[in-house]
Design a binder for this molecule. Structure first.
Ligand code: SME
Length: 175
């Protein structure tokens, strides 16, 4: 919250704008990435930070790609209610779509997307951002919101930034 300083007798308090919050959280993520002991530690701390600080991020979790026949997205670090979707094949869900195409997928109204795998009846919108190592998808960061169209440009930038930090950390630890 910011105390308004527009006039000496003004005592109104305005909520921090979402864009300002996203910028702050991006800086906090950068600090967490500097302090993290491992990529796993970074993922664990990043999901907690995003869940706590971004008020409309109601479920935040990583799925990591398990190679094999067929390859599977396997639930990793997460914050929020337990999901029935702990293993997702690449041809299923918004998660499968993001991993198989290597692109960010934003869904403003999950009820209108036939790919959507329901995790909670309260979920209204979702963003899934791939994590890359050496140009290849190795996992993804999935965020659900109880609010429709919760993921705007500043959210996409923030979530892609976080996925980029995790990719860089995984890349460093694989060398
Ligand atoms: N909704 C996702 C499944 C994962 S849960 O949201 C945690 C999907 O459609 O792939």
């Amino acid at each position: 919250m910011y105390l308004c300083t527009c006039a000496s007798d003004c005592v109104s308090i305005s909520p921090m704008s979402k864009a300002a919050r996203a910028t702050d959280v991006q800086a906090e993520l950068a600090q967490v990435a500097r302090e993290a002991k491992s990529a796993q530690d970074l993922m664990s701390r990043a999901v907690k930070l995003l869940h706590q600080r971004m008020l409309k991020y109601n479920w935040v979790g990583f799925y990591m790609l398990e190679p094999g026949q067929p390859p599977m997205l396997v639930l990793g670090e997460f914050q929020g209610a337990m999901t029935p979707h702990t293993r997702i094949p690449l041809h299923q869900g918004i998660c499968g779509a993001a991993a198989s195409t290597g692109t960010t997928v934003v869904v403003d109204d999950v009820s209108l997307d036939p790919r959507y795998l329901a995790c909670s009846l309260e979920t209204k919108s979702e963003i899934v951002v791939p994590v890359f190592v050496g140009g290849k998808v190795v996992g993804e960061l999935d965020i659900d919101s109880h609010f429709p169209a919760a993921f705007k440009d500043e959210d996409r930038a923030l979530v892609e930034y976080c996925a980029g930090l995790v990719g860089a950390s995984l890349e460093k630890s694989s060398k």
